[in-house]
Design a protein around this ligand. Structure first.
Ligand code: PEP
Ligand code: MN
Length: 274
């Protein structure tokens, strides 16, 4: 991958992204929370629940890139204020999506990590803006993108002077319809060969099926992923966005009790990837 200068594995030591003391790239970092921020009660209850289950960071969208313009688009500023409250109460760092370059500077005042969603992976104006934001960036893989295209997008952020990029594989489009997307787990060891940046897995959007989230979380850890990002809702049946794939706090807790020991076991035996 000739175009890669800063993202390339060569010459560069593995990057550890420090988010308020949470180190992405060391051990297993778990980010959890609702698809979208819907209300203060929903967000705070979910935040406390994921914290109790052992999550390291809280997720929640205030700006939602929806397929339909008539679907819930997120609470915007009000949502960010609710997330701020969740951080105050739980001390979990906040991961939230930004979808418009014009919003980056002020959203960065609320977010600990700025998420770039799959639909915006190649929004170069947005990438340049988050590159200047001074905040770590969670860069999701475009659902139609190759690893090379993805890493070139990371290069956009890095080349603006922001070294803190976390990659996230969230499934790609294939002919398969049973799952929402196809989780490309080979991306984990491949990305480790190609770049020094950490990579986490989103078993929620990649499968879109509750029954597959736990097994694919375990598989992601076995493949060497640096973390997971999982959707959890205090009352999944009432979720305004991605209700079918939201775990209850109890289900999430069950996954946590499997993935942490699995990671510890693999680390004890020497990592599966270097
Ligand atoms: C999300 O994380 O809520 C989201 C919209 O994800 P993606 O961009 O991967 O679809
Ligand atoms: Mn979602």
């Amino acid at each position: 991958m000739k175009n890669l200068k800063l993202a390339s594995r060569e010459q560069n030591k593995r990057t550890i992204v420090n988010v308020g003391g949470v180190e992405v790239g060391r051990g297993l970092v778990v980010i959890a929370g609702p698809c979208s921020v819907e209300s203060e009660t929903q967000t705070l209850e979910t935040a406390h629940a994921v914290k109790a289950a052992g999550a390291d960071m809280m997720r929640g969208g205030a700006f939602k890139p929806r397929t339909s313009p008539y679907a819930f688009q997120g609470l915007g500023l009000e949502g960010l204020k609710i997330l701020e409250k969740a951080r105050e109460e739980t001390s979990l760092p906040i991961v939230t999506e930004v979808i418009d370059p014009r919003d980056v500077s002020w959203v960065a005042e609320f977010a600990d990590v700025l998420q770039i969603g799959t639909r915006n992976m190649q929004n170069f104006a947005l990438l340049k803006e988050v590159g200047k934001s001074g905040r770590p960036v969670l860069l999701k893989r475009g659902m139609y993108s190759t690893l090379e295209e993805w890493l070139n997008c990371a290069e956009y952020v890095l080349s603006e002077g922001n070294p803190d990029v976390i990659l996230c594989e969230r499934g790609i489009r294939t002919f398969e319809k049973y799952t929402r997307n196809t989780l490309d787990l080979s991306a984990v060891p491949a990305i480790k060969e190609l770049t020094h940046l950490p990579i986490i897995i989103d078993p929620t959007h990649s499968t879109g099926r509750l029954s597959l989230i736990a097994p694919m979380s375990g598989a992601a850890v076995a493949a060497g992923a640096d973390g997971l990002i999982i959707e959890v809702h205090n009352k999944p049946e009432e979720a305004l966005c991605d209700a079918d794939q939201a775990l209850t706090p109890e289900m999430f807790s069950g996954i946590m009790s499997q993935v942490r020991p699995l990671k510890a076991f693999l680390e004890g035996r020497g990592s599966v990837v270097s």
